[in-house]
Design a protein around this ligand. Structure first.
Ligand SMILES: [Cu+2]
Length: 618
């Protein structure tokens, strides 16, 4: 057994020890809920210096009776409360209890029941209530308590619980004061019928020519090829790293290094999804608020899927269990939460008859967030590349339309009586690259431009690459630029290797999208990270989430926008790179009733990290 890493997640017994301390101090009395119970990470400086650090738990508690939030740190080993403080003016992420409260309250609300009756719905057991994070759209939202906006669906025959939206009906609910503030009914739209929903799941008819018998997928036995997984430590070929499933961020990788034969060289201290937001483009009363921040307002851990080898991932996958806490601070097991497996990587390189085949190592997990299922995949390559892909699947949020309607420019009809509203998905990744050490690192931007025609460029075909150091945080707020092929590297300027050049890793963006929501709009204020595709910050232990610690019902202005306003210096520093990845989803009929996987991502590619192609020999 390799020694545990200080960033390894809390174990079941550490969660129990934390719960025991909370109980002993009376902190869970009166229906107080545990909204987050996570590792309190030791300071990075201590970890890098190899200093002994205490195992601590960071707990967010919510007292519904008084609508107060507090943060508690527990020393797990010593079983003592380290600190406790009330955080004023914030609301922690929504949990299942909030949704259940909202469902109970609207079910008892006369205006809500009357609106259902206008649609011929009289049995509350036929209705599924879905609680959306409320956002903050005006002074009246800011003044009230813990809010959700409730929408409803008529129960469907299968798992597609959102197939039959009860359109136009929204309730604003204060789940702390336990009252329905307002019920809006925009008017009756027919609820899509159950037959249409069942119909949607029909497979295509048999093809006109017979299909071949199923392929017997060959699998590589784990004993022959594959990673060594020891607790949270993964070792595969030259790559060394740790992997964990954390309650808020989901999959987190840490301590990533590359073994060059003499030592393990540092590449990245920690890689995580820091925030997500999914703004819908329909400005109507039933839709404008649908901008859920799936990391900070919900959390990826509780929705993590139990993966099945041979189905969700290849049969040779090693599946790792994870553990998080429930809202009483008890242990909640997440079986088979992470898959680690090797797969064929295509061609590594070829020249004439000399060829190398590539292998790659995949780390994969899937989280269900409401209707969507998101897969997160990190891939390690023999050539030093680290790639990330996000896989979008599951069920789109549907909107009921009159069956004769073909939807409009805000939505696309996907089935009779059902449209899917145009929307965007944004992901912000926190990439704490430490290239050959945490310091000295800096961020370098490169652009390629055509050379001016002239005597030195007589035929006009010349183009050249220019580089500049992004010296401070404000200068490092950058957008993508197709015209100049803009790229960013985190570089250690210390001369290295036979060339005596700096070593670096480059962020290579894939497809991306600009936000359509107006600058200054509530969603843009709250998701300030949408203001740039690339950000860089001077490392701070406390800066972890791009939209701040508490995005739920926030007025905005927190996170990357606030931190980088300080314009800290980035040269010779420990820098963190943040990447905002956007997808514009204009739904198609083929995305219904369940979406074929759509993927997007980015790569981190070594530039001068190696002297030459690292995939030689073997
Ligand atoms: Cu989508």
């Amino acid at each position: 057994m390799s020694s545990p890493h200080p960033l390894d997640p809390l174990t079941a017994s550490e969660i129990r020890a934390t719960q025991a301390v909370l109980n002993a101090r009376g902190l869970l009395d009166g229906g107080t809920r545990v909204m987050l119970l996570d590792l309190h990470e030791p300071p990075k400086a201590d970890v890098l210096a190899g200093r002994a650090t205490a195992r601590e738990a960071f707990v967010v508690l919510y007292d519904a009776a008084h609508n107060t939030t507090s943060e508690v740190v527990v020393d797990v080993g010593a079983r003592i409360l380290r600190s406790s403080r009330v955080v004023a003016g914030v609301e922690p992420a929504l949990d299942g209890a909030d949704a259940a409260t909202a469902e109970t309250l609207v079910g008892a609300s006369e205006p809500w029941r009357a609106a259902l009756a206008r649609r011929g719905i009289t049995r509350s057991s036929d209705v599924i209530v879905f609680a959306w994070p409320a956002g903050q759209f005006g002074a009246e939202d800011a003044a009230r308590g813990r809010l959700v906006r409730a929408v409803a669906y008529l129960r469907a025959a299968n798992d597609n619980e959102m197939a039959r939206p009860i359109e136009g009906l929204v309730a604003l609910v204060d789940v702390s004061a336990r009252r329905v503030i307002q019920v809006d009914d925009e008017g009756v739209v027919p609820v899509p019928d159950a037959a249409s929903e069942r119909n949607a799941w029909r497979p295509l008819p048999q093809p006109t020519t017979p299909e071949p018998s199923p392929i017997a997928w060959s699998t590589v036995p784990r004993a022959v090829a594959g990673p060594r997984v020891d607790g949270h430590a993964v070792s595969w070929r030259r790559w060394r790293f740790h992997v964990a499933l954390r309650p808020r961020e989901g999959l987190v990788l840490y301590g990533i290094g590359f073994d060059d034969g003499t030592r393990v060289r540092s590449v990245m201290y920690r890689a995580s999804l820091s925030e997500m937001v999914v703004p819908y483009g329909d400005p109507g009363a039933g839709w404008y608020f649908r901008n859920s921040f799936d990391v900070g307002e919900i959390g990826l851990g509780p929705g993590v899927a139990a993966l099945e080898a041979g189905v969700d991932c290849p049969a040779n996958a090693t599946l790792l269990d994870a553990t998080i806490a429930n809202d009483r601070g008890g242990v909640r097991a997440l079986p088979r939460a992470i898959a680690v497996y090797e797969r064929d990587g295509g061609l590594a390189w070829k020249h004439g008859r000399d060829t190398r085949r590539a292998r790659e190592l995949v780390v994969f997990s899937v989280s269900r967030l409401g209707n969507y299922d998101y897969g997160f995949e990190w891939t390690f390559h023999e050539d030093g590349t680290i790639a990330h892909r996000v896989l979008l699947t599951g069920v789109m949020t549907p909107k009921a339309i009159a069956p004769k309607d073909r939807a409009d420019s805000l939505a696309h009809a996907v089935a009779p009586g059902i449209a899917a509203v145009h929307h965007q998905h944004f992901f912000n990744y926190r990439l704490d690259l430490d290239i050959d050490g945490a310091v000295p690192n800096q961020v370098v931007e490169s652009e390629t431009h055509a050379l001016a025609p002239g005597p030195a460029n007589a035929h006009g075909g010349g183009f050249a690459m220019q580089e500049r150091v992004l010296a401070t945080e404000l200068t490092a707020r950058r957008s993508l630029d197709l015209h100049s092929g803009r790229r960013w590297r985190v570089e250690n300027p210390t001369p290295h290797g036979t060339l005596g050049e700096p070593t670096s890793y480059e962020l290579v963006p894939g497809a991306n999208a600009d936000p359509f929501a107006a600058e200054g709009s509530p969603v843009r204020r709250r998701a300030g990270f949408l203001g740039a595709a690339v950000w860089a910050t001077a490392y701070a232990d406390s800066e972890r989430y791009a939209a701040g610690d508490y995005p739920n019902q926030s007025a905005g202005g927190d996170g990357l926008v606030r931190w980088t306003a300080a314009d800290r210096g980035l040269t010779g520093a420990d820098v963190v790179l943040w990447y905002t990845l956007g997808i514009t989803h204009n739904p198609r009929p083929e995305d219904w009733p369940v979406m074929p996987v759509h993927e997007a991502g980015f790569r981190l590619v070594p530039v001068g990290f190696f002297d030459r192609n690292p995939v030689l020999g073997r």
